[in-house]
Design a protein around this ligand. Structure first.
Ligand code: HEM
Length: 417
């Protein structure tokens, strides 16, 4: 029997489908924010689920927290190569990057780039981020409605990334632009003109190749490109345009949609849970805890994918060499076997950092402390200025099975009394 796709019939009720037909890879499910019940059923009835027919071919879905951790720990059987999204990428568009590499290449490249977001660098950057967040907030209209995504989430994230790359402030908008072009791909369930996309990515490559040569000729510093250009293990990356592009894209995308959508998500969740907003107003010291809760609740990257390197039995299911295994972080973060009342957004949740939105193991998000710091500083500055950020319309979500986020979050600001 031919499996119907969502576009043919709207988002179906997952509880009414035969289990074998459940296919959470369809981007429309996420667009409609309907993924919760799909994953609830899979966690309960078939936590290691095989979908034989999807737009991305057959794949396994891993939906429980502990199973995701177990697979991420076994990098020998569950490889990050050649790509970490569900969709395969044609060889001519494949960009090698360390998130999609196994040891030893992964370890060497990650180690080279990591000081850009290490603790000493973050301590140096906190003041700058605070000033920039303050300036963005002070420039917002109080009273009229506006799109929080454009004015705050995208803007602050672009400024932060421009700092991590140390590129001119006026070029900052290129980064979210390139990030969007890169993630809007068929591999994430979005129809795209791949030729046009490729042309734009070539402009990005030219920009970063120029920057690389400038940095290589200058004394070393703690920005991403300088770190890679001066490290003996990575300084030849520039001779492999695909690998240069891949790693640059990783650093741009890694820090972009993720932080941006957590910034927007916080506004959405506080509006959906006014009692939590009251708690925060009563005790702004909850901000650090709330930031982790926002990241868990949003889970800005819905999944990462692994590829099986040898026939292997996992939880009684026989996986074959070459099978795709999708780790649904958005589901692991709603697993009530590990997280108490996971459907609730609680700013004062105990053990709020115990979530899987940053992944686990050797690929665990390199920028996690940077993201948390940026969100904390932003909320500290928000609470000094506004009594309420009011959501005035339902948020418009992104069409993707990979990036879980918002196109539009219309708000109105209320000043402190
Ligand atoms: C990896 C999420 C912010 C850079 C990852 C992974 C996830 C993730 C799920 C893959 C983990 C795995 O496979 O186990 C997030 C979230 C963020 C965020 C939710 C914000 C809330 C950032 C920022 C940066 C960054 C700000 C840098 C500027 C990276 C890099 C990797 C990575 C370079 C690859 C690490 C590796 O393969 O070793 N992130 N990320 N991320 N992230 Fe983030």
């Amino acid at each position: 029997m031919e499996t119907l796709r969502i576009s043919d019939r709207g988002v179906p009720d997952p509880w009414a489908l035969p289990l074998a037909e459940i296919d959470p890879s369809q981007a429309e499910i996420f667009l409609n924010n309907a993924q919760g019940e799909y994953f609830r059923r899979l966690r309960r009835e078939d936590p290691v689920h095989y979908c034989a027919d999807s737009a991305f071919g057959p794949y396994w879905s891993i939906t429980r927290f502990d199973d995701i951790v177990e697979i991420e720990t076994n990098t020998k059987v569950f490889s990050s190569e050649p790509v970490i999204v569900i969709g395969d990428v044609p060889a001519e568009y494949l960009m090698p990057m360390f998130i999609a590499k196994d040891p030893p290449v992964h370890d060497v490249q990650r180690k080279a780039a990591a000081p850009a977001v290490g603790a000493p660098r973050l301590a140096e950057l906190e003041d700058l981020i605070r000033r920039r967040a303050g300036a963005i907030l002070d420039g917002l209209p109080v009273g009229p409605t506006f799109n929080w995504v454009e004015r705050v989430s995208k803007e602050l994230t672009a400024q932060m990334l421009a700092t991590l790359f140390d590129i001119p402030f006026e070029d900052r908008h290129l980064l979210p632009y390139w990030s969007d072009v890169s993630t809007n791909s068929e591999a994430c369930g979005v129809q795209t003109d791949m030729t046009a996309r490729q042309k734009i990515l070539m402009e990005c490559l030219a920009y970063f190749t120029r920057l690389w040569h400038q940095r290589a000729a200058a004394p070393p510093s703690l920005d991403f490109i300088s770190l890679l250009a001066h490290n003996p293990e990575t300084r030849n990356l520039v001779q492999d345009p695909n690998a240069l592009m891949g790693n640059v894209m990783l650093l741009i995308v890694g820090g972009n949609d993720t932080t941006r959508n957590s910034i927007s998500g916080g506004v959405v969740f506080l509006n959906q849970n006014p009692q939590e907003y009251d708690k925060l107003r009563a005790d702004p010291a909850l901000i650090t805890n709330m930031v982790s809760e926002i990241i868990r609740y949003q889970t800005p990257l819905s999944h990462m994918r692994r590829t099986v390197t040898e026939d292997f039995t996992f939880k009684g299911k026989r996986m074959r060499k070459g099978d795709k295994v999708v780790l649904w972080y958005c589901s692991g973060n709603r697993d009530d076997g590990v997280i108490e009342n996971p459907e609730e957004f609680r700013v004062d949740r105990t053990r709020a950092r115990h979530h899987i939105a940053f992944g686990f193991g050797i690929h665990r998000c390199m920028g996690n402390r940077m993201a948390e710091m940026q969100l904390r500083v932003l909320w500290e500055e928000i609470m000094k200025r506004f009594s309420r950020i009011e959501l005035v319309a339902p948020p418009r979500r992104v069409l993707s099975n990979f990036v879980n986020g918002y196109e539009e979050v219309q708000v109105r600001l209320h000043p402190l009394d």
